[in-house]
Design a binder for this molecule. Structure first.
Ligand SMILES: NC(=O)c1ccc[n+]([C@@H]2O[C@H](COP(=O)([O-])OP(=O)(O)OC[C@H]3O[C@@H](n4cnc5c(N)ncnc54)[C@H](O)[C@@H]3O)[C@@H](O)[C@H]2O)c1
Length: 254
């Protein structure tokens, strides 16, 4: 049974990904800052093989402990999904040092630590693959998100570097770049009044938000064992980054 380790698995994209892998015959190791008992119970009741450990992925001690635990209990991780992340909507000139550091620690340093610790195990077996959850904010600038965008641009840079460094040693590394997804993160961001459903729907050629399951399927596609795909940053965005049209032009086509 392939073992899949997913960060930020308590809700949103991470949970949808855990569910998809559990439903398709994988053992899923879920990790999150939040408790995972209810999620493990639900997925187990659906017939999934699931375990979990709560902790902070930006803590080096937690990540090394997690990597030791999965090595002890499962021999190897076949797929690592670096999904945990936080949002920050704030003008660049108002972003504090602590806010910047927190976003970088969780969105970039955490995935690096997981790539390093789980990647070592994969390199030893010459087998495994990693999918990092970046964002279209890792491909383009979006106003009022300097720390978030820089962290996601960095995550894409890390993805490309590891793909080049580890590709010859049996480990592939890719990223997905979702557009706006209907999750708790979106609910919290919209709660601050930063944007509305209409803003997003009007911007996306396919005229809707991504669903967590859209992103989960793209992650599973990149994580497929029999693949020559390495180092890509795959938009899962209904056409957002492909579309340089102005709003009126796009909306006339609806
Ligand atoms: N929601 C969107 O519109 C959107 C768009 C593009 C990319 N993304 C990215 O997709 C990923 C998942 O987003 P989501 O919308 O499901 O978010 P979410 O807020 O619903 O879920 C994120 C999960 O990560 C966990 N988490 C946060 N900090 C953590 C830490 N330090 N250690 C361990 N777990 C931690 C949270 O507890 C939560 O369960 C994130 O990386 C996010 O940046 C989201």
């Amino acid at each position: 049974m392939r073992v899949v380790l997913i960060t930020g698995a308590a809700q949103g994209v991470g949970y949808a990904t855990a569910r998809l892998f559990a439903e398709t015959g994988h053992h899923v190791v879920m990790t999150d800052l939040q408790p995972l008992d209810a999620q493990i119970e639900t997925l187990s009741a659906l017939g999934g093989s699931v375990s979990g450990l709560s902790g902070d992925i930006s803590s080096e001690a937690f990540v090394t402990g997690l990597a030791e635990k999965v090595a002890r209990e499962h021999t190897a991780v076949d797929v690592l999904v670096n999904n945990a992340g936080i949002s920050l909507i704030c003008r660049a000139e108002d972003t504090s040092f602590d806010q910047w550091q927190k976003v970088m620690n969780i969105n970039l340093t955490g995935p690096f630590l997981l790539c390093r610790e789980i990647g070592k195990q994969m390199l030893a077996r010459q087998r495994g693959n990693i999918v990092n959850v970046a964002s279209i904010a890792g491909l383009h600038g979006v106003i009022d998100r300097s720390a978030y965008n820089a962290s996601k641009h960095g995550l894409i840079g890390l993805t490309r570097t590891l793909a080049a460094e580890w590709g010859s040693r049996g480990v592939r590394v890719n990223a997905v770049c979702p557009g706006w997804i209907k999750t708790e993160m979106d609910e919290a961001d919209q709660g601050s009044g930063a944007y509305s459903d209409t803003d997003i729907i009007n911007r996306v050629p396919m005229g809707r938000f991504a669903k967590p399951e859209d992103v989960a399927r793209a992650i599973a596609f990149l994580a497929h064992d029999d693949s020559f795909i390495n180092g890509v940053s795959l938009p899962v965005d209904g056409g957002w980054v492909a579309d340089a049209s102005w709003d009126d032009l796009r909306l006339k086509k609806r």
